[in-house]
Design a binder for this molecule. Sequence first.
Ligand code: ADP
Ligand code: MG
Length: 315
Amino acid sequence: MTFAFEAEGLVKRFGKTTALAGIDLGGRQGSVLGVLGPNGAGKTTAVRILATLLRPDEGRAAVGGLDVVRQAAKVRRMIGLTGQYASVDEDLTGMENLVLIGQLLDLRRSEARARATELLDDFGLAEAANRTAKTYSGGMRRRLDLAASLVGRPDVLYLDEPTTGLDPVKRDDVWMIIRSLVADGVTVLLTTQYLEEADALADDISVIDHGKVIANGSPAELKRVVGGQTVLARPADPARLGDAAAVLASVAGRPADSPTRGVVAVPVDGDATFTEIVRRLADAGIVVTELSLRLPSLDEVFFTLTGRHTIEEAA
Ligand SMILES: Nc1ncnc2c1ncn2[C@@H]1O[C@H](COP(=O)(O)OP(=O)(O)O)[C@@H](O)[C@H]1O
Ligand SMILES: [Mg+2]
């Protein structure tokens, strides 16, 4: 198998904190590796090592077969990075930001302008090209950040929580951009706190916790381990909560619980169960104001894998 980037046994300590405790990651050429983990799991540290910005204490990492420590300059020419926090200059326009990056990458000014124009077009920022970045909305900023990481046409792109804090519509825009980059052959490392996002974009997922990989596999494999999907129902009449719970439990064949007030939920194995629940609720005359089928949250994934909640991690 050809890995576009690889990390083996990475260890990184910051004083008494062990951010990475021997982590292995591999991104197959032209695919998306999702690195899923709660705050503090070590995602950014791993990305920074793979991006040559930080040296590992132990272990090794390579991009395109080049060592990130010994061949850092060559590695930098192959990669793009969009950090968790915006990296563009607020006081420059979108165009100026991208041209500046192009010039830092040794493009001639005319080439840098051409590349900037092309990217601003691709990312729906052509009209805003001559406005300073500080006037951009959150979604526009995120798109400009992404464009900035693509000026040098990287083979490998690191996206560190690219959609955290974005509303669903803007998140979908970013997802579309990522998919088209991958279709063009770019290999992506995507860190995220959302199983839904990893499921939507990643070919392989590594779940990390305390600087260690605790589960590995395709989205389908991971979902099998963590128990597939959950049906949630909110009866219009709160007095029918118990009846709704009984319907969910009887169709799913396991007890329903109430994760939030007024809502009942049950894990299910397949989509067919959802249809059956819809029918049985209607038969029982239970009107619902909310009915959804969703993937487990990262917290539920964690609870299944570790017996702990992510909230306790943070505390
Ligand atoms: N520069 C640093 N100095 C001290 N501790 C750090 C530094 N960077 C990260 N850490 C610590 O290392 C752990 C992993 O952090 P990080 O890689 O940022 O996790 P994530 O990106 O998954 O939230 C955390 O406990 C964090 O506080
Ligand atoms: Mg981070």
